[in-house]
Design a binder for this molecule. Structure first.
Ligand code: SF4
Ligand code: SF4
Length: 345
């Protein structure tokens, strides 16, 4: 994002041609291209080089510090340097959690297990892949800032400017901080990988689930007990559903710190038999209905059109929407009446 900072005092011109970072981000998301090279495992590192093996506390502190204090934590012109995110939620999943095999059936065989993606990283570094039980997944929720949520809640057709910036810069930022953490761990001889910045990451239309990627941060966050799904398919967490998510795999045994609700819709008012459907009322193309929940194809068509809008109005090469995640009861919290004390052990 260093290059983006030069835009701080003006809009970029002809963003269809000039927002190179935005275009690279979009192609990366769809085709798994243009990501920086994976860091190499430092096979010379000795235990003495390490201050302390990273534990759950280290990951929570490191991710929180980066999100709150990293030099690239801010939006760009005309909101220069406003923080993109509030303090995160961080959770852990064991690499041999049976939910990853269930995802092969529910999402599809294309969805990686932690072992599959780590095997790729191990082979790249000429080492034996660690056993699934020696792996963990670190998952984090980055709640979108109050100003951005307020702006998007006031929008009715297209994403607000702060939201569009968050969609692009938040994604670049998330990849930056995860890359820093993975590089740090690999330097300490701890095999690690962020699956969403590898050449295998690409989005495709699948027969069972529509548009999907081989590593779903949302499903990973559910597995970590960080939230459950709403009518609009966003993950409702204790800090709401207006967020961005990240996750990565490490060759460490980390203890899960949250209990995963069995009901995948435990925090959605409508699914729990209470009056709501505020997300459906917010959708400009009626992609959410009581009968069919979330029509991913109708949503996709609307979101794809926003690329033109964001280019023209915000000078960004990005698409987005999120209207159904803002101005709704689950925007920033678990709705009243559904909050249970099933978070930290
Ligand atoms: S707005 Fe209401 S119905 Fe829609 S996801 Fe949130 S809680 Fe569920
Ligand atoms: S994100 Fe999709 S479902 Fe939600 S408001 Fe936009 S178009 Fe509708």
């Amino acid at each position: 994002m260093g290059k983006r900072k030069r835009m701080k005092d003006r809009y970029r011109r002809f963003s269809y041609l000039s927002d190179i970072e935005g275009m690279k981000n979009a192609i990366g998301e769809m085709k798994g291209k243009f990501f920086p090279k994976q860091p190499l495992l430092n096979q010379e590192a000795q235990p003495a080089d390490m201050d302390k093996t990273p534990d759950e506390e280290w990951f929570i502190k490191t991710i929180t510090d980066k999100i709150l204090h990293h030099p690239e934590k801010g939006l760009e012109y005309p909101f220069y340097d406003e923080p993109i995110f509030d303090a995160p939620l961080v959770g852990f999943i064991r690499g041999d959690d049976p939910i990853f095999d269930q995802y092969k059936k529910i999402i599809g065989p294309h969805h990686f297990t932690p072992f599959e993606i780590m095997r790729w990283q191990a082979e790249n570094n000429g080492v034996e892949p660690p056993a699934p039980e020696d792996l963990s997944v670190v998952s984090f929720v980055m709640p979108i800032s109050r100003h951005t949520k307020k702006d998007n809640a006031a929008s009715t057709d297209w994403p607000s400017e702060r939201w569009a910036q968050t969609r692009l810069l938040g994604e670049i930022f998330s990849q930056t901080i995860v890359r820093e953490i993975v590089t740090d761990l690999m330097g300490q001889k701890i095999l690690s990988i962020a699956p969403d910045v590898t050449p295998m990451f690409n989005k495709q239309r699948y027969p069972k689930v529509g548009w999907a990627s081989p590593w779903s941060h949302r499903h990973i966050a559910y597995a970590a007990g960080l939230g459950t799904f709403g009518m609009q398919d966003f993950l409702i967490t204790e800090k709401g559903c207006a967020h961005r998510l990240g996750s990565f795999v490490v060759n460490l045994k980390l203890a899960p710190n949250r209990q995963r609700p069995d009901d995948i819709h435990a925090y959605c008012l409508h699914y729990q038999g209470k009056k709501c459907l505020k997300c459906a009322a917010r959708c400009p193309v009626d992609a959410i209905t009581a009968e069919n929940a979330h029509d991913k194809e109708a949503c996709y068509q609307k979101v794809a059109k926003s690329l033109t809008y964001c280019n023209k109005n915000y000078h960004l090469f990005i698409y987005g929407c999120g209207l159904c995640a803002t101005g709704v009861p689950c925007e920033s919290v678990i709705p009243k009446g559904l909050r249970k004390n099933n978070f930290t052990f």
